[in-house]
Design a protein around this ligand. Structure first.
Ligand code: ZN
Length: 569
């Protein structure tokens, strides 16, 4: 990317998608394994493994590209079909990659390679060996196709509202409308959409739980929770540590959220704060950006120039070359992400801006991911070690959201402080929700025999604990029976990926707390973390960057005080 800034950066539209050949890769991997297993010269072993890394990178790049091209236009059947190809190919290729890394572990010069490249790639090799094997390839394929079924249905959602047909992203602004009647109706319309889909989603999820459990047992685990933790590459924390983290959130954060909800009720002048009132924190509505959607790219580019002191910013360069797609439209997948194209060392930013306060936080969030990807592009010759595990990636993005506060006048003018107040409040409300999503998944996978109805029941119980203020009234039967978890795609598509956001929040908030006293020092810690990429494990990386472990007692409590003083609670 650095070189591209000098003028050789390709345009996104000129990057050609070519379907990779699994047969070729399979043959090649056989050769690589044979060579590695008999290789006695570390230099030669290095060459062999790094040559293989290039092939892996080419496959990853084609897969990422295919995802993006599909998501920017879901009506294009070509890429839907290609994604089906990847559904099948991905499991095979993961198994191939695990096989190569296993050969690396067993290579006669493994010790010299460890010396040269560090422990991390070897940790990953052991982990891959424990999470993938030939006998679960079919299960992985089934799993991935079920995940796609859920995503496809959601991307094709059509919700009739006020005479218009809306997709899920387009309904969002109505869910937080200042007009209570409008937001109530929008929530009821959403409830109806899910009520209609309930049976379908129950079946998909039930099948997912079964196939994941089957795969876990074939690999010798008791249940999918154990495999799930390995898949998420949790090298230095356990379900017990996560449980005690959730307990801290319950103890220190949930009471503050109840206080916030009471304040909100008074502020909105309501007798009862209903579920549809929750997104509206201010009487005159949540602050919206005073920049129109078409201006997001330009202003975001300026923001990143300001905070990092470079002109043009990486964001300017990305958008100039078509590596950003920020606005919602029909036939576009939902959600937002930053996808890294390894071969080009360029990230792509995808999101569905719709004029709400979320837009700016999402731009800044995905921008944080993109910045980190660029910063660590050359940190390791192993593609596996470029980016860290997901909770650490989410610090890159979440911290950027908090560090952006002093610059938010660029998007919000004189409403900037209101935006910051809203953003911090939402962060606070998010953490109990994130823990609830996590605890739900522990319940589901520790008890795979639960029926769909029992799962809804479990969610309902968790809501009482983590969101005691929820009041659905009598017009939202789907939510009332404990269905709200079905709105969360992570629960379907990336199991156990959610506590990561909460752990990341606690780390990112430490940077925010520091930035209030010393922005320069906070940014330098942030840069340390980004530059280290995936060369170490979560707790080691944050320690090196000078952050405290979110599992340490006292960290959450201390932050809770700072946040209360910031929000004047
Ligand atoms: Zn993220």
């Amino acid at each position: 990317m650095q070189d591209y800034l000098a003028g050789q950066m390709p345009d996104f539209k000129d990057i050609e998608y070519v379907r990779p050949s699994v047969e070729e890769l399979t043959e090649y991997v056989k050769e690589v394994r044979l060579k590695l297993m008999t290789c006695k010269d570390p230099e030669q072993a290095s060459d062999i493994i790094l040559e293989y890394e290039k092939k892996q990178s080419a496959f990853d790049t084609a897969y990422a590209l295919c995802n993006i091209l599909h998501d920017v236009d879901t009506s294009n059947d070509f890429y839907s079909d290609e994604l089906e190809f990847f559904d099948e190919a991905f499991a095979t290729v993961s198994e191939l990659s695990a096989a190569v890394l296993t050969s690396l572990l067993n290579c006669p010069c493994a010790d010299q390679l460890k010396e040269k490249y560090g422990e991390m790639i070897f940790k990953k090799a052991v982990n891959q060996k424990e999470t993938i094997s030939k006998e679960i390839i079919d299960d992985l394929t089934t799993e991935s196709s079920l995940e796609n079924d859920y995503s496809q249905i959601q991307s094709e959602a059509e919700i009739e509202f006020k005479g218009e047909t809306l997709n899920l992203s387009m309904l969002n602004p109505y869910l937080e409308s200042t007009d209570r009647k409008v937001r109530r109706e929008a929530h009821i319309a959403l409830d109806k959409y899910y009520q209609d889909k309930k049976e379908t989603f129950d079946k998909i999820y039930d099948d997912l739980v079964k196939v994941r459990t089957t795969a876990a047992r074939k690999l010798g685990y008791n249940n999918f929770t154990e495999l799930g933790y390995k898949r998420m590459e949790r090298y230095d924390y356990t379900p017990e540590m996560v449980k005690s983290f959730r307990d801290d959130i319950l103890k220190y954060i949930v009471p503050i959220t109840e206080q916030i909800r009471n304040l909100q009720k008074d502020r909105l002048d309501l007798e009862n704060l209903r579920y549809w009132d929750l997104p509206t924190l201010f009487k005159n509505g949540n602050p919206v950006p005073n920049v129109p959607g078409e201006g997001y790219e330009r202003v975001a580019g300026n923001f990143f120039s300001e905070i990092f002191g470079t002109v043009p910013s990486f964001f300017d360069v990305l958008s100039e070359h078509g590596f950003t797609d920020l606005l919602a439209r029909k036939n576009k997948s939902t959600g937002g992400y930053c996808m890294y194209l390894e071969d080009y060392a360029i990230p792509f930013i995808f999101m569905n801006g719709n004029g709400t306060a979320d837009d700016v936080a999402t731009i800044v969030h995905e921008g944080g991911h993109a910045y980190a990807a660029i910063k660590s592009a050359e940190v390791s010759p192993f593609v596996e070690c470029l980016s860290p595990t997901l909770e650490t990636c989410e610090i890159h993005s979440t911290a950027m959201e908090f560090l952006s506060y002093p610059y938010m006048n660029m998007f919000y003018g004189d409403k900037a402080s209101q935006y910051c107040e809203l953003h911090m409040t939402q962060a606070l409300l998010f953490m109990p929700y994130g823990c609830m999503v996590d605890e739900f998944q522990h319940i589901v996978y520790d008890n795979p025999e639960l029926t769909p109805e029992q799962r809804h029941e479990a969610w309902k119980e968790l809501e009482k604990k983590y969101q005691p203020f929820n009041d659905y009234g009598d017009k939202m039967p789907f939510h009332e029976m404990g269905g709200a978890w079905m709105k969360k795609d992570h629960i379907f598509t990336t199991p156990f990926y959610y506590i990561d956001y909460c752990l990341a929040h606690i780390c990112a908030l430490q940077l925010w707390d520091e930035s209030r006293k010393d922005m320069k020092s906070a940014l330098s810690k942030y840069n340390l973390l980004c530059e280290a990429g995936g060369t170490d494990t979560f707790l080691n990386l944050i320690t090196k960057a000078g952050l405290e472990s979110p599992f340490d007692t006292g960290v959450i409590k201390k932050l809770a005080y700072s946040i209360c003083s910031f929000l004047e609670l």
